[in-house]
Write a protein that binds this ligand. Structure first.
Ligand code: PEP
Ligand code: MG
Length: 558
């Protein structure tokens, strides 16, 4: 590496090595409040026209290179950019001496309110409208267009933070790696990046020192980012990284060495995941994150739309189990159409099942859609509620689900209170699934989005395993299924520890299924149980990890 090269360290959240040129995601700016020198009235109108034309031609070029749904969206945006009604509204504000950026912002707001009132397809265009308002404002302010950088050639996406909605729309053929300054291993941007199998590192200090256009080599395993590395050296590192990959078994039922079956399930959420998931590769869907379908929506999806999405998945999983989680909005997954109030501590606020307090009809409509989609389809459909804290909430959800004809209902265990009451919770529902991402957040009182606290999200902190042990034991006593669907289940070694504690299934991103099947096939449940019972006394995360890795049969040895 030359003198301009340096190393940065973060937390690797999706394995793999990627080399490429950095493109920064433009930071989000509140254009209304941006202070820039603005021209007089006539010039302001000309500047608006020039900027709107620029945005229009930018979008036409992008549309020409796109196909399918993205092309249709871009073409519709072109119409908004040259919309005479928007232009007229902006000019009327300029005539009233309103500063240009505020004139554009206020015009956008007026149209947003109108679209919301009109509902239907108009309401669906609100995010497109917002994007156009931002693009025109950025052009006026001389800033890069907001959102994901557009490029014909692959690049490494670098961002201060990445909303799940942005991550869900990025194209893995163009974005070959992701670096995020903020976030933690279980943040939702990381979860989606993992599902796209894009090498990703989060929680990187000093990432702002990396300029757009610089070449970087990123290692999504170790979290090391080499900035300014030359192509030859990068090629050698990439070649070496291919030698030690974990073996994978991609087909066939999952079973232990002695032939005992073990249920391996898949997590899905985005439309792309539903389209790409293969029912053949897994025993079913353990977690369908329904809120991922609606991240960009400003209006509630209609009953028919919801039925279509759920049917698409149920058709694929004919004869297999599919667990649909009701909308888990809030914290880092805001769903604008729910109209939830801003809270000072959203992770501890109205999220998950708590939304039923203010928007019960949304959850009811969702259960109705799931029930319609499940009817006459071969998938074995269960529903599950997120963020359950009490036995009473569990009972409320189960009876609500049953009132829509959904016989199998369970809840997620993500809150320490639910761990401590797992026995009673399991007595009133059919199954539980442990959401270790949130459970770790609440158990260690460590925001899953915080880069400074990512070490508390090291799953080898034994308190997490001890919590799982309590829930798995309750499941065994009650004869009910206990699954784990948090990100830690995808770590091959950790998955063995979970199985040793007695969980009855694991649900992971599609990319991790093959590795887990391989490592499970080398081990036996009774051996794992013995190993983990001894390990659970170890409080040092590194020692706990090395004890388990020393005892189990690892996948690399296949
Ligand atoms: C979890 O919390 O572990 C979980 C699976 O749910 P989510 O990551 O969507 O919050
Ligand atoms: Mg959760």
């Amino acid at each position: 590496m030359d003198t301009d090269s340096f190393l940065l360290n973060g937390v690797g959240v999706q394995a793999g090595v990627a080399y490429g040129v950095v493109r920064w995601m433009a930071p989000s700016v509140v254009f209304r409040d941006l202070v820039i020198d603005l021209p007089e009235m006539d010039e302001a109108k000309q500047l608006y026209d020039r900027s709107a034309n620029f945005v229009e031609s930018q979008l036409i070029k992008l549309a020409e290179k796109s196909v399918g749904e993205p092309k249709a969206i871009l073409e519709a945006q072109v119409q908004i950019a040259k919309d005479p009604a928007l232009r007229k509204k902006v000019f009327s504000y300029i005539d009233k001496q309103v500063p240009l950026l505020k004139a554009i912002f206020d015009s956008g707001e007026e149209f947003r309110v109108l679209f919301e009132r009109l509902g239907g397809i108009y309401a669906e265009r609100i995010s497109d409208l917002q994007d156009i308002i931002n693009r025109i404002s950025a052009a006026i302010a001389g800033l890069e267009s907001p959102g994901l950088p557009h490029s014909d050639t692959p690049y490494i996406l670098v961002a201060d933070d990445l909303a799940p909605a942005d991550t869900a729309t990025l194209d893995p053929k163009v974005v070959s790696g992701i670096l995020i300054a903020k976030g933690g291993p279980t943040c939702h941007a990381a979860i989606i990046a993992r599902s796209l199998e894009i090498p990703t590192v989060v929680a990187i200090a000093n990432l702002d020192k990396v300029r757009s256009g610089t070449s970087v080599l990123i290692d999504g395993d170790s979290g090391v980012v080499r900035v300014g590395i030359d192509g030859v050296l990068a090629g050698e590192v990439i070649a070496a990284s291919k030698v030690n990959t974990v073996s994978s078994i991609t087909v066939g039922p999952s079973k232990f060495r002695d032939g005992e079956p073990f249920s391996l399930l898949v997590n899905v959420g985005t439309k792309r995941e539903i389209e790409q998931v293969s029912a053949k590769a897994v025993d079913g869907v353990g977690l369908f994150r329904t809120e991922f379908l609606y991240l960009n929506r400003t209006s509630e999806p209609t009953l028919d739309e919801q039925v279509d999405y759920y049917s698409m998945l149920f058709d694929k999983f004919e004869g297999k189990s599919v667990t649909v989680r009701t909308i888990d909005a809030g914290a880092d997954k805001p769903l604008p159409f729910l109209g939830l109030e801003r809270e000072s501590n959203p992770a501890l606020g109205v999220r998950g099942f708590r939304v039923t307090k203010s928007r019960r009809e949304v959850i009811e409509r969702q259960l109705e859609a799931i029930s319609i989609a499940a009817k006459d389809r071969g998938a074995i459909v269960s529903v599950m509620a997120p963020m359950i804290s009490t036995v009473a909430e569990t009972e409320e959800f189960v009876s609500l689900a049953r009132s829509f004809g959904l016989a199998r209902a369970g809840v997620m265990v993500e809150v320490p209170a639910a761990v401590l009451c797992a026995d009673e919770i399991l007595s009133v529902c059919d199954f539980v699934s442990i959401g270790t991402n949130d459970l770790a957040q609440y158990l260690f009182a460590a925001d899953r989005e915080s880069p400074q606290l990512s070490s508390l999200h090291d799953p080898w902190n034994v308190a997490l395993l001890r919590a799982v042990e309590i829930v798995a034991a309750a499941g065994a006593r009650r004869g009910k299924a206990v699954s784990v669907c948090g990100e830690v289940a995808a770590d091959p070694l950790f998955s063995l520890a979970l199985i040793g504690l007695g969980v009855t299934s694991l649900s992971v991103g599609a990319a991790s299924v093959g590795k887990l099947r391989a490592i499970i096939s080398r081990n036996s449940r009774s051996e794992l149980s013995g190993i983990v019972r001894r390990a659970i006394a170890i409080t040092d995360p590194k020692l706990l990890n090395s004890f388990i890795s020393g005892e189990v049969v690892a996948a690399q040895s296949i």
